[in-house]
Design a protein around this ligand. Structure first.
Ligand SMILES: Cc1cc2nc3c(=O)[nH]c(=O)nc-3n(C[C@H](O)[C@H](O)[C@H](O)COP(=O)(O)O)c2cc1C
Length: 202
């Protein structure tokens, strides 16, 4: 069942840096539009890596926890539950080696169970309402044509399993120190993204 809240996944391994700030501004934007937002710091949730055991490829009308041999033994399902039930879904993430940080990617790999369920025609997945996801990416390098490409492609195809198209991410370059995301115009742009996400979801 859908909640009446937004969820912001804050995906940096560093506490109190640019990503955490961006996540908090996204949540501010949701609140300004009249919604409520929960911020989930992915680094605080222990997620075990996919074993590539093939269990989730077995056909059948299984759902949720039953889709994975790792079951409810870690926090992966808590994160999926938040993703599946939030009215609006937003991500704030740094770029690590031209990609998403490994803790987020570890959870994304666990999403293979949903890819398999969708390929298998699972009705409960097909019945999910379409929700548009938003993302903010921050990177240390000031240049680089493909700086955000890998992260965007992976996030887009992960979210596709949940009937969630990803809007073109809002990107920031040249931010390396934890307090570098301090520009007022950037703050306003991020708050505005949160606000629009909630308005569109309402
Ligand atoms: C392991 C690691 C890999 C990184 N790789 C890149 C990279 O490929 N390109 C880049 O522009 N910045 C890279 N950075 C820099 C971060 O994207 C940048 O410092 C960002 O502002 C960190 O966000 P945070 O303050 O939320 O942790 C890397 C940082 C770390 C820790």
């Amino acid at each position: 069942m859908m909640t009446d809240r937004a969820v912001v996944f804050a995906c940096s391994h560093r506490r109190g840096g640019n990503t955490d700030r961006a996540a908090s501004w996204l949540a501010d934007g949701v609140r300004e539009a009249g919604g409520q937002a929960d911020i989930i710091h992915v680094r605080e949730h222990e997620v075990r890596p996919c074993l590539a055991c093939g269990y989730c490829d077995e056909p059948g009308e299984r759902r949720g926890r039953d889709l994975c041999v790792l079951g409810p033994g870690d926090a992966a399902w808590d994160l999926f539950e938040a993703l599946l039930t939030a009215r609006a879904v937003l991500f704030a993430s740094p770029i690590y080696f031209y990609h998403l940080p490994s803790m987020l990617k570890t959870w994304i790999d666990r999403g293979q169970q949903f890819w398999a369920a969708r390929a298998d025609g699972a009705q409960w997945l097909a019945a999910l309402p379409e929700r548009t996801a938003r993302a903010v990416f921050v990177a240390g390098r000031p240049r680089g044509e493909k700086l955000f490409e890998g992260a965007a492609v992976t996030l887009r195809y992960f979210l596709h399993n949940f009937a969630m198209p990803l809007k073109e991410p809002l990107t920031f370059r040249g931010l390396d120190g934890p307090d570098d995301l301090a520009d007022r115009a950037d703050r306003n742009a991020i708050i505005d993204l949160g606000r629009r996400a909630w308005e569109e979801a309402s």
